[in-house]
Ligand binder design. Sequence first.
Ligand code: ZN
Length: 455
Amino acid sequence: MTIIKNGNLVTEDKVIREDLAIVKGKIARMAPSIEPGPGDQVIDAAGLMVFPGFIDAHTHLDMDNGVTVTADDFASGTLAALLGGTTSIIDFATQARGESLSQTLDKWNAQADGRCLCHYGCHMSVTDWNEAVKGELPAMFEKGISSFKVYMAYDHLRVRDRDLFELLLELRILGGLLGVHCENGDLVNAGIQRQKEQGRLDPLAHALSRPPLVEAEAVHRLLAIAKFAGCVVNVVHLSSALGMEEIRRARAAGQRVLVETCPQYLLLEDSCYKDPEAGRNYVCSPPVRSEADRAALAEAVKSGEIDTISTDHCSYTLAQKAMGRGDFSRIPNGLPGIEHRPIAILGSFWGALPAPALARLLAGNAARLYGMYPKKGAIREGSDADLAVYDPDACTVISAKTQHMKTDYNPYEGMTLKGAVRDVLLMGDHVVQKGRLVGTPKGSYLLRKAVDVSL
Ligand SMILES: [Zn+2]
């Protein structure tokens, strides 16, 4: 038995000062005092906060964007995740056009299986909707995939509104949640062309080519389609105040809408694009927005309007980013973040939000929405003993020099954040001790269940 003594346990609605006993990888008991017997392992968590292991529900590991492959594969990505307190990730398996979903899943499994240090699963990104793909959906659920994604932008990925609508109708029957990349693909293409015609090829032109209204229009259209289908949808990586307004409007009219945002939209602002060289290292889509957008989204987090915060981790090295030197449209899109999301959010919002609300944003809500609750995302008896121990009195300075992600830069370089993730337990194993990896942790595949997505 392993006992965490004297810790402050962050449950879903309150913080309790209790001891926690782990037996066979599960939380067996929580009580004001649990005394160790002979052979029991004791972890003293006096003064520390014990969170459910964090869940990053939006990662792109070992992903080929058609030109280059992300810097992090499943081994380096999940190592970095674990050291930051993230015990489960949900990555994306992305269908290539003409491919069946089972072929897509086989390829993704070949990349991920046996390499992950934390638990892992995938959303299925549908890019080629047809009758055969529709017929494959039940088999995806049998394989533990209950969440899907479509893109409204990128010519090689995006689906038509009609396809989106038909997929939603099927997912409503099967209990599958659809996440959507909301940007108007036609306007993005036109915006890129317009910047080039004006002679703008620098990284700032990337942001100018796809302003907030391009996101807001897609959010608006998606919510209309979802309402027509009678289905809850999840707006992923929301980046703008204008997009948030569309979600507020729909919610005010009684529609249930889920929304995810990411650390880059809460901690960074678009002056990062000003330097024509360093600016490209911040290129992601949607782009980092203005200070006003950043502040508006941070307020939305505080007011409880955001459901989940994930990373959209999609990492490239400086050399890869330099493929777009002199042409912003050739810069590989994406930022690293899988390692520092928990500390970035805890450090930024500590005191502004109660610890249980932070736990829901970083773990509990994703567990519920993605069919893993209460096995994951909760500190309660019977749940898996995936835990992250946070020291609110410590301090973390983010730097590429000390990170484990395979990028040779960090967008948050030099940022000093309150607190530190000190210890991590994976199925009760004490795999991170005072910030250092111990042993050779192995994550399990997340067999996720269907969820209720009807409006
Ligand atoms: Zn993404």
